[in-house]
Design a protein around this ligand. Structure first.
Ligand code: SF4
Length: 245
């Protein structure tokens, strides 16, 4: 899997830090612990990336990349969605930088990695593969997907300034979660992204940069927050839930 530098205002944690602005400062300096689930997800992404980049089947992957049957079947669903969608041009594990989309330079770094994206005519497709099965991830109103869409719009402005995007499909591929369809997608227009940047992204960054940012503990926010072990707001929420289940 393509390795990228860690960015504290990163795309994969966008929902968390946009909802709980304090999580940025609280997470600063904390080493991100891995887990068997995270490692399995990383491996599944690497397998998908290798197959797409080399035009190969899973069975042809190096032995060290192979996974169990269930995981490989899930990665195959990702490949089956991505391969017919190469369009005029496609990107695999594309690093995207959102700074050019901001109205003012609020931070030094604002980037993420898009699993798969393609353009065909005026249609942009962005796909995100989720190997986890516990928490269903809908594409509608999904901060992470909107973050990636904003990043791809910035990339296209730079690389293909003559291409006017009119339709964007956000696809979440989560084959192992039995509560949702393996491939869920939603169509949006570029104006949705510009509105999200103005109404959600920029206010969220400003809120995180305050000297006393707001805490917003919730199951979704705290579950993957690096600070959850030392956060008093998260601890208070756990106590509340114990005393008022
Ligand atoms: S643990 Fe929860 S409440 Fe505390 S900073 Fe992280 S997301 Fe916010």
């Amino acid at each position: 899997m393509t390795m990228t530098k860690h960015c504290e205002f990163g795309g994969s944690g966008a929902k968390r830090w946009l909802t709980c602005p304090a999580s940025i400062t609280m997470s600063r300096g904390i080493k991100r612990e891995s887990s068997p689930y995270a490692e399995e997800g990383t491996k599944a992404h690497a397998l998908g990336e290798w197959c797409l980049k080399h035009g190969k089947q899973i069975a042809e992957a190096p032995e060290a990349m192979r996974m169990d049957e269930e995981s490989e079947a899930a990665v195959q669903i990702y490949l089956d969605k991505a391969r017919p969608s190469f369009g005029d041009r496609h990107w695999i594990e594309a690093s995207v930088n959102l700074l050019p989309m901001l109205s003012e330079p609020l931070v030094d770094q604002l980037f993420g990695t898009v699993d798969f994206a393609s353009v065909k005519g005026n249609h942009l497709l962005i796909a995100d593969y989720k190997h986890g099965k516990g928490v269903p991830v809908p594409p509608e109103g999904n901060d992470q997907m909107l973050f990636y869409a904003a990043g791809m719009m910035a990339l296209l402005r730079e690389k293909e300034p003559g291409r006017a995007i009119r339709k964007i499909t956000l696809a979440v591929i989560q084959p192992r979660c039995s509560d949702v369809d393996p491939v869920q997608s939603v169509e949006i227009v570029p104006e949705t992204i510009y509105r999200w940047i103005k109404m959600r992204l920029e206010p969220g960054i400003r809120a995180a940069l305050l000297s006393a940012p707001t805490f917003a503990p919730s199951a979704d926010n705290c579950r993957f927050c690096p600070a959850h072990g030392k956060c008093k707001a998260a601890e208070a929420r756990r106590w509340m839930r114990c005393s008022h289940p």
